[in-house]
Design a protein around this ligand. Structure first.
Ligand SMILES: CSCCC(=O)C(=O)COP(=O)(O)O
Ligand SMILES: [Zn+2]
Length: 194
């Protein structure tokens, strides 16, 4: 996939999340993998209305979030790069949806989910697994966030809650990441309200 093709996908996906209310007020950012060796991602540009992106509103970055093409990458590009490098994900999404932030506030040591059918949509068994979604403190330093992510990383748990900030979810591609995020958001709303 080249940068323009990635831009088409990222703009469409961003518009979708914005319509869901998950990327309010310029919040959130998305990335897809462009290449492996060295790692390259296409990430949404910083500070734009994510519901109005065009295919050119993306920037190529390296594993550390450094821009490899013109434009200003997301302020969180460094965390996208770290997540992609550590997990092997083909796509990483970051959305400012409320339920994960509320759950992180209530369970700052990790959000435990079990015995719920929607866990299947997160790639886990509904009745056998106990899933703990890691919660890390917010930081403006992506290296600090990346270290906290990596310390709690488990290959079978493709999500991270950043306290008082938002949610990261990743997958093989944007579709899988979205399906996982939608199911996880449902699960978090459930445990908050149950
Ligand atoms: C009101 S959004 C604050 C910044 C943020 O957390 C975010 O997700 C958007 O940052 P970006 O640089 O990707 O636009
Ligand atoms: Zn954010």
């Amino acid at each position: 996939m080249n940068l323009l093709e990635a831009g088409v996908l990222l703009a469409a996906e961003s518009a979708r999340y914005t319509a869901m209310g998950w990327m309010r007020g310029t919040s959130g950012n998305l990335s897809v993998r462009l290449g492996d060796d060295p790692l390259r991602l296409a990430v949404t540009a910083s500070g734009l209305d994510k519901g109005e992106l065009t295919a050119s509103d993306v920037v190529e970055i390296d594993a550390f979030g450094n821009a490899m093409s013109p434009g200003v990458p997301s302020a969180e590009a460094g965390l996208h790069g770290r997540i992609a490098a550590v997990s092997g994900a083909g796509a990483v999404i970051h959305v400012h949806v409320l339920a994960p932030v509320l759950a992180g506030e209530r369970w700052p040591d990790g959000v435990v989910l079990r015995d719920l059918e929607m866990l299947k949509g997160f790639g886990r068994q509904a009745h056998d697994d106990t899933v703990t979604i890691p919660v890390v403190p917010n930081s403006q330093d992506m290296a600090v966030l990346g270290d906290a992510f990596e310390a709690g990383f488990r290959a079978d748990t493709p999500a991270l809650i950043v306290a008082r900030h938002g949610l990261y979810v990743w997958g093989a591609d944007l579709h899988q990441a979205r399906h996982r995020a939608e199911c996880l958001e449902w699960l978090l709303r459930f445990i908050l309200e149950a």
